[in-house]
Design a protein around this ligand. Structure first.
Ligand code: HSE
Length: 341
């Protein structure tokens, strides 16, 4: 399976490591032999039609250089600014994977990469929330029209299969509402504030560990949780909504003193995203005994369904390897579906 990989930061590199460590298993269990034929990072790109050597690529990144430095069996390489996306996406490949940083204002450049990939007949896996948060209904329509698989498990919940849980495991039931913690970074900061750390130290720690967005204000001010809520609302509850339909705010103004007072009463503060009559992301007081009250980078979502009642799924919501595992899940599904054709 030939793959074009857009983005080679923490998630892209984790995905490469995962492919290396799982290569035997992927072949014996799923018949997949992934071959990355192109990687694009923030400074350059490299193409090798016979497949890039992932160990060499990872070594280049370890030395803080661009993939442009790769020089083994290269078909073509160059600077990012000189890259013609249309040409690149004309390469022979079954799948384009997008792990570029999220831009929640315009969705670009990822939105153009995805639409161009679809028009060139490439199946798409994206971990980038921007395009979906801003244009979910039209992207799904475009993919369907072109008979292309568009997968986005990694956009919500990191490695935790929140979207799949609701879409597949609750098939036949009617999900009436949902509420949850959808941002690992803010949950990590709030948990650390409960434990006495101040806001900035907790944020720096989250940045170092690779949980935060390239622009951490996307986490702190609620944009990231709002984007994930839009994806959930569209995919799980058939709402045709985008970012502009969400009322949201973040955790910047929460004070340790306020938190301490609530803790004494058995409550804490969590950044809660909810979809019922309206879509909102806001800091809320939550009982410490509520199943949603998870700590660290954990995400948790409670689905309120007509017949099964309330169901809560909990798991790690951020981190390179966790997100890479969701991308691999999507890749396996694409392979399985291609096998049926
Ligand atoms: N910055 C995001 C978070 C990463 O903290 O949840 C995973 O989407």
């Amino acid at each position: 399976m030939r793959i074009i990989l857009f983005g080679f930061g923490i998630v892209g590199q984790s995905f490469a490591k995962l492919l290396l460590s799982r290569s035997d298993d992927l072949y014996t269990r799923y018949g997949i032999k992934p071959r990355i034929v192109s990687v694009i990072d923030s400074k350059g790109y490299v193409i090798s039609q016979t497949g890039l050597d992932l160990e060499r690529l990872l070594q280049i990144k370890k030395n803080r250089k661009s993939v442009y430095e790769y020089d083994y069996n290269v078909t073509l390489k160059g600077l990012r600014d000189e890259l013609d996306i249309d040409d690149l996406l004309s390469l022979d490949a079954e799948c384009m994977i997008d792990v570029t940083p999220s831009n929640l204002k315009s969705g670009e450049p990822s939105l153009s990469y995805i639409t161009t990939a679809i028009k060139h007949g490439k199946n798409v896996i994206t971990a980038n929330k921007g395009p979906l948060a801003l244009a979910f209904p039209s992207l799904i329509e475009l993919a369907r029209y072109n008979n292309i698989m568009l997968k986005f498990s990694a956009t919500v919940g990191g490695g935790t299969p929140i979207l799949e849980f609701a879409k597949h495991c609750l098939k036949g039931d009617d999900i009436r509402a949902l509420r949850g913690i959808l941002n690992g970074t803010t949950n990590y900061i709030l948990t650390n504030m409960e434990n006495g750390l101040d806001f900035n130290d907790a944020l720096n720690d989250a940045k170092e560990k690779g949980y935060a967005e390239a622009d951490p204000s996307l986490d702190i001010d609620g944009y990231d949780a709002a984007a994930k809520l839009v994806i959930l609302a569209n995919w799980i509850m058939n709402r045709k909504v985008t970012m502009k339909d969400v009322e949201f705010s973040g955790i910047r103004d929460i004070k340790k003193e306020e938190m301490n007072k609530l803790l004494k009463k058995g409550y804490t503060i969590k950044l809660i995203a909810e979809c019922n009559d309206q879509l909102a992301v806001k800091p809320r007081e939550v009982l410490k005994s509520d199943p949603l009250c998870v700590n660290g980078t954990l995400n948790a979502v409670t689905f309120v369904s007509e017949h099964s009642g309330e169901l809560t799924i909990i798991g790690k919501g951020a981190g390179g390897m966790e997100t890479a595992s969701a991308i691999l899940r999507d890749l396996i599904e694409i392979r399985e579906d291609l096998g049926k054709i």
